[in-house]
Design a protein around this ligand. Sequence first.
Ligand SMILES: *Cc1c(COP(=O)(O)O)cnc(C)c1O
Length: 336
Amino acid sequence: MIDFRSDTVTQPSPYMREAMAKAPVGDDVYGDDPTVNELEAWTAQRHGFEAALFTSSGTQANLLGILAHCQRGDEYLCGQQAHNYKYEAGGAAILGSVQPQPIENNPDGTLCFEKLAAAIKPDDIHFAQTKLLSLENTIGGKVLPLEYLAKARKFVDQHDLLLHLDGARVYNAAVALNVDITEISQHFDSMTICLSKGLGAPIGSLLLGSKAYIERARRLRKMVGGGMRQAGILAAAGKIALTENIERLADDHANAHYLAQQLGQLDGFNTADFPTQTNIVYANVDRKIDLTAIATHLKSQGILFSPSYHPMRLVTHLNVTREDIDTFIKALKQQL
Ligand SMILES: *Cc1c(COP(=O)(O)O)cnc(C)c1O
């Protein structure tokens, strides 16, 4: 199968599976799993935080991340397109009684500071209490500029807010900018990392922050049923994801550029409006083209993409090669 639906579809490599099989494990709810403990300690240190927490998913890491910052009746500022607003089933509101205050994202994925400032609630009994600004990087494949992150830090300091990063794909941002990850992470009070997307682990995310914050998150993780037992089998894969699979993200980005360029040459596909920054390619597709029918047909040839996105969205990852892209373009051409 050639699968462009998401970078979540990556298969663990034989090397990763071997490390998983050999990982020393214990009961992580008792704090006894040496492989989880090592991953959490290493990740915290590597990214400049005091502590880290291994979670079952990015959604869970964001949920715990927001709930460990905010009390019932508090609110967090975020983008209208933010994953932790739009795509996480309203978890922070439902499970934490934390109200989101979304702001329309600028075309580059940033949030306008004037609009954010206007949305901060005054200290008044009528209002929820604004506690947190949550950013996302990359967002829709777009990289937030480093200068913007520095300004966001200044903004939250001025307004006495905390700053969270949904960094599901933060390594795609670091690789695209060609900077060390700490150039990004240094600005945030808390940050998540997805191990199971472009980094190629089968399961798992991390939440990073201060020691006290991670202790609160650990209690919340137990509450939502996220306390895992011999989780070192997964943490072993996560460690390899973070040590072996970072630099190769540049290949995914180069492949995405190539895919955008090839796709943009086909009649009815416009990729020019969506400059590719990382591993996600977008295209406006002529309405006369029946993408659903094409997706069904290509599936029978072992090629998967999601026809339901507008614009069309294709994702490159470690199981997509340049030859796979050529195969896809050729198969697509035959359907036009
Ligand atoms: C995928 C994703 C998540 C959630 O991760 P899951 O592991 O799928 O729950 C959170 N934020 C962003 C930006 C994502 O892309």
